[in-house]
Design a binder for this molecule. Structure first.
Ligand code: SLL
Length: 219
């Protein structure tokens, strides 16, 4: 029987999987000498933790709410963000793990999911010392995909439409994932498949030749 309620059509589409790529993580800048007014004196950095589509879109067409669980040293450490951009900006002095819990729109009929991100404030890697000296912005991103297995008809409809609104670019968040880089990867894979096919053809020719030789010898 078709299950319908006020949230739309919850009937699931068999043998279909729809995925949506996204990025989450944080950016951080050292505050230096010019701290904004009322910044506690021990705070050294300003940071933003966020989740958005891999092309910078807002994801609110299928995400209803995102809850960021900060370290207990923060007042109201559970921050519930009901509208895009799904992000929290704060100042602080230390790195810690942030739980990011994503609640989908009711018509998706999906359980919420939680991801963990280690807030990065300090440069790391081979360029760390140089970046520290320059007071560079630190970015720490993770790429993932929401996979809707046998999605409801309602959410399938939403996901088949255009992605959400594009959010303003995060300052200095060089997003290493995009449709363009994905297409370039597909082109590379396509070229590799062609080469493999050519090699298979060559081998088959050679095999045919060797077999005819063998037949010639045995006759
Ligand atoms: C550390 N285990 O010791 C971590 C904890 C907590 C960071 C880091 C709080 C700011 C505030 C803040 O920056 N907490 O006073 O609201 O590094």
């Amino acid at each position: 029987m078709e299950k319908k309620n006020s949230t739309g059509n919850l009937k699931r589409i068999k043998n279909v999987q729809v995925s949506r790529p996204f990025i989450f993580g944080n950016m951080a800048v050292p505050l230096g000498e010019n701290k904004p007014p009322n910044t506690p004196s021990d705070h050294t950095h300003s940071w933003t933790v966020f989740i958005r589509g891999s092309n910078g879109e807002d994801l609110s067409n299928f995400i209803k709410r995102v809850v960021f669980k900060l370290h207990e040293t923060y007042p109201n450490s559970t921050r519930s963000i009901e509208e895009p951009p799904f992000e929290v900006t704060e100042t602080g002095w230390g790195e810690f793990e942030i739980a990011i819990r994503v609640y989908f729109i009711p018509e998706a009929n999906e359980k919420n999911v939680v991801m963990y991100h280690h807030l990065k404030l300090h440069p790391y890697g081979p360029e760390a010392e140089k970046q520290k000296a320059e007071g560079a912005t630190v970015t720490s991103l993770q790429y993932d995909e929401f996979v809707f297995n046998e999605p409801t008809e309602s959410v399938f409809e939403v996901l088949s439409k255009k992605p959400g609104a594009i959010l303003p670019a995060q300052k200095s968040a060089r997003v290493p994932y995009s449709v363009q880089s994905e297409n370039e990867e597909l082109d590379r894979l396509g070229a590799a498949v062609q080469i493999v096919k050519q090699n298979i053809n060559k081998m088959q020719e050679r095999l045919k030749y060797l077999e005819s030789e063998k037949e010639g010898l045995s006759n």
